[in-house]
Design a protein around this ligand. Structure first.
Ligand code: ZN
Length: 344
């Protein structure tokens, strides 16, 4: 626990004195933008570290953040994160460009740090901007943005709804969205926050909110690019691939416990499919997720027969942690139905 404690003292001193932060000596991993300190209990695979760094880089480009800006990530278990953040928060952005976070919250918190160059803002803009940048689709909610502007993230603000609205606003004008974030700051007076929106955007939040409620699609695709790869290929009526899981490789992620790797496949026609992923367990999920009740199935690894509709699927392969790389042979092929057809 020595490293986290030293980290906290450093932050507190810097916050009080207003000095520029210096990185602790025990950074475990550095990427293009982020430096990661791993808590003692955390075992991280290379893919997670690269994913955080890539997200920070993509968001920094969108925000126009200075290229020499670095983000310090203290990656800890939930109990350790509670020492720095509100209980059960999962992560938080700390002064001077650092975050304390669990693996789950890391991408969200990274955006807070990069947005902090603009200052703080109302929860609708802070949490909405962080969610708007996430690399997955977001669903619309029921609230008008004027109502969301007064909501509290710990009580009634839906992060997904806030993210959906801010993503929609971003697609109208990224420049004005950042201007609104900057102009609103931490005003706790609703009328002042509305006036700040009006002057930064050029129209009122009532008008923009009405247009959003009328025009916005239920599902908003990510702003930050998301790459679906590798896409497994069919050959001679079946799909066979050897997928290597290696914690030191950039395509392998941490699972709890163990390691995981996600690959994608296209199902050409409706049928029963035999699927084998042993020795990995797997989740097969329709992809991309475009509604609130997606199809998914858990696979134990041995040959299983699953009925699948045509479309793309994500296959999330999960194994116990192993020092040595492990090869998983993935097989998928349609099987003839043994069910008699219904007579005419
Ligand atoms: Zn947040």
């Amino acid at each position: 626990m020595q490293r986290p404690r030293a980290f906290a003292i450093g932050l507190a001193a810097m916050a009080c004195e207003g000095e520029r932060r210096h990185l602790p000596d025990d950074v475990d991993w550095s990427g293009e933008i982020v430096d990661v300190v791993l808590a003692d209990e955390v075992s991280a695979c290379e893919g997670d570290l690269v994913a955080i760094d890539r997200h920070a880089r993509d968001v920094a480009q969108l925000f126009g953040t200075a290229s020499d800006e670095r983000v310090l990530v203290y990656w800890a278990m939930p109990g350790d994160v509670d020492e720095y953040c509100q209980p059960l928060a999962g992560g938080c952005a700390l002064p001077e460009g650092a975050i304390a976070t669990t693996r789950m919250a890391a991408l969200h918190e990274v955006v807070h740090v990069l947005a902090a160059a603009l200052g703080r803002s109302r929860p609708l803009w802070e949490e909405g901007l962080a969610e708007a940048m996430m690399p997955y689709a977001l669903f619309i909610g029921e609230n008008h943005p004027v109502a969301m502007l007064r909501q509290d993230p710990l009580r009634d603000l839906s992060y997904m709804q806030a993210g959906h609205f801010v993503r929609w606003a971003w697609r109208q004008s990224a420049e004005r969205t950042l201007a609104v974030y900057d102009a609103t700051q931490l005003r706790d007076d609703q009328s002042q926050a509305l006036a700040a929106f009006d002057s930064a955007w050029g129209e009122s939040l009532y008008e923009i909110g009405d247009r959003y409620r009328e025009d916005a699609p239920d599902l908003m695709d990510p702003v930050v690019p998301f790459v679906e790869e590798p896409l497994l290929q069919w050959s001679n009526g079946e799909l066979r691939a050897v997928i290597r899981l290696d914690c030191s490789a950039t395509d392998t992620l941490t699972a709890s416990p163990g390691m995981r790797r996600v690959v994608y496949l296209d199902i050409p026609r409706p049928a029963n499919y035999q699927i084998r992923t042993a020795p990995a367990q797997a989740w097969l999920l329709e992809w991309p997720v475009t509604h609130g009740d997606p199809f998914f199935v858990e696979l134990e690894g041995d040959d299983e027969v699953v009925f699948l509709e045509p479309g793309r699927y994500a296959l999330d392969l999960i194994i116990e942690w192993t020092e040595a790389p492990l090869a998983v042979e993935v097989l998928a092929r349609p099987v003839l139905s043994s069910q008699p057809t219904t007579p005419d």
